[in-house]
Design a protein around this ligand. Structure first.
Ligand code: ADP
Length: 482
């Protein structure tokens, strides 16, 4: 099959969260299965620092509802996969992807609507007719509606769209002007199309018009059909239930693999754990934590947003640090109030906790490698990658029982000594405090169990091979070949 991924993030060119990791690694797995896979994303300023691109022809026409624009198409290769960039400086020559300094750009709907149309118009421009356009979250969510237009490029007459929900919470709201802007007719302004509560809801439109819908874990696929997790679109998802599939994300094991990780001071594996101790010592030194190989380190790498439940962690951290002999290594940024609370805790417990505000790829690898545990108290988690990375690096995840966290972590069973992490059901201060205490007690009092859990976690298979086959089945069903 010919498969075009349309995306707002793709590592190493542009990444804010898990979407950036998932796209190139899923694309590579599909390419290895013999498919012709290509990726298109906007050319943000950051791409200048990562990649040299070749210019593809003269500027191409982008057919907006109000008239034509010209955008330059650029191209590079990531492994065997052609990556196309849409260069249009008015919208994309900016330092952020969605915004800067914690504030989203005011014209995001316009920027990504333009990108959606450009991704469509790119296909005749390069004379390539994909069987599937795989769209991801609201920034590419107008593509399914555009493919439903009679006036789309002829080359796309047989093309089907897949829409993957990486996060149900962000819908992409716009005024009715979006329809005119995109050349979508009046009848898209309807509760059975894109209208919701007097606005255009881009994700709703994607859920209505995509041939098939996927989300990134089986549990989340069930959760989003309920009012609690459906963010107001649960009825649409129930209506489309037979076209909705949960497929767990995999991990790019060329990038997230402690045996070959180029960011680590020493590599290690489940068979040879010596390097992990060196990573732990290095992490303590780098972050100004007290030396001590037998003090368990708890890692946290996260966007600081309500979803991630770090406010709950902040509620209990002072007591954890007072009452338990533990250390915390925290990396992330986002909500300024949370940044402030964490820095305040660091100022009171120096040497026991380090809080690094910012985005740092290298440090994120070192924290995964040097920690003994990894904490994810997420309110909801569509899939979550960090808990999988932490298991691969032998840092046992401590997770709230939600979404993909349930699907990927096996709770420690004290009777059998089996498991790969620690799961708590209620997202309360006391449940999180007690689970950190449980992990800490396991580390000190049952070291054989701890080592057994660590080895089991490191041996789990998180490669893309199984999930990529599931995507292949969805694509085949979409084009009527299943
Ligand atoms: P989400 O997509 O909701 O942010 P995931 O767990 O699926 O959560 O993926 C997060 C990805 O972003 C991981 O690769 C993680 O290491 C990375 N990440 C998040 N915050 C940072 C940060 N401050 N610095 C480096 N990497 C980060």
């Amino acid at each position: 099959m010919k498969i075009l991924f349309a995306t707002s993030e793709c590592s190493p060119y542009a990444k804010v969260g898990g979407l950036g990791d998932v796209i190139p690694s899923l694309a590579a797995a599909l390419e290895q299965m013999g498919h012709d896979v290509r990726i298109v994303l906007p050319k943000y300023t950051s791409i200048n620092y990562v990649s040299k691109c070749e210019v593809v022809g003269d500027p191409m026409i982008v057919n907006m509802g109000y008239g034509t624009e010209f955008a330059q198409l650029l191209r590079t290769k990531h492994g065997n996969i052609p990556i196309y960039f849409i260069e249009f400086n008015r919208y994309f020559d900016r330092h952020g992807i969605y915004g800067e300094l914690g504030h989203g750009y005011h014209d995001n709907w316009e920027r990504f609507a333009f990108f959606c149309r450009a991704a469509i118009d790119m296909c005749p421009f390069i004379n390539w007719a994909p069987d599937i356009i795989h769209t991801n979250d609201w920034p590419t969510g107008i593509i399914p509606a555009l493919l439903s237009l009679h006036s789309k490029p002829n080359i796309l007459n047989g093309t089907k769209s897949i829409f993957t929900i990486h996060n149900m919470a962000h819908h992409g709201y716009a005024s009715k002007d979006l329809l005119r802007f995109m050349g979508l007719y009046e009848h898209y302004w309807h509760p059975f199309a894109m209208e919701a509560c007097g606005s255009v809801n881009v994700m709703k439109g994607a859920l209505q018009f995509a041939s098939k819908i996927t989300t990134v874990s089986k549990t989340y696929a069930e959760e989003i059909k309920t009012a609690e997790y459906g963010c107001g679109l649960d009825d649409v998802l129930k209506y489309r239930a037979k076209d909705l599939v949960g497929i767990c994300n995999g991990v790019d094991t060329d990038v997230w693999n402690p045996a070959i990780d180029k960011f680590l001071p020493k590599n290690f594996s489940a068979q040879s754990l010596g390097g992990k101790k060196i990573c732990k010592q290095h992490l303590q030194r780098e972050l100004g934590l007290a030396n001590g190989l037998n003090i368990p380190i708890f890692g946290v790498i996260s966007r600081f947003f309500h979803q991630k439940g770090l406010d709950i962690l902040c509620n209990i951290l002072p007591d954890v640090l007072k009452n338990m002999n533990v250390q915390f290594a925290v990396l992330g940024s986002g909500d300024q109030h949370l940044e402030w609370r964490l820095k305040d805790i660091m100022s009171r417990f120096g040497g026991q906790i380090s809080v690094w505000i910012g985005f740092d790829e290298q440090l994120s690898h070192l924290i995964e490698a040097g920690s003994d545990f990894f904490v994810m108290p997420s309110r909801y988690e569509p899939c979550g990658l960090n808990q999988m990375y932490s298991m691969i690096y032998g840092s046992l995840p401590i997770v709230h029982a939600t979404g993909g966290l349930i699907d990927t972590v096996d709770n420690y069973n004290e009777l059998t000594g089996v498991g790969t992490g620690f799961i708590f059901n209620d997202l309360t201060d006391s449940a999180l405090y007690n689970t950190i205490g449980w992990a800490c007690a396991t580390y000190h009092d049952r070291p054989e169990d701890f080592e057994k859990l660590r080895k089991s976690a490191m041996k789990k298979d998180f490669s893309w091979s199984k999930s990529a086959k599931e995507y292949e089945r969805v694509y085949l069903a979409a084009i009527g070949k299943s």
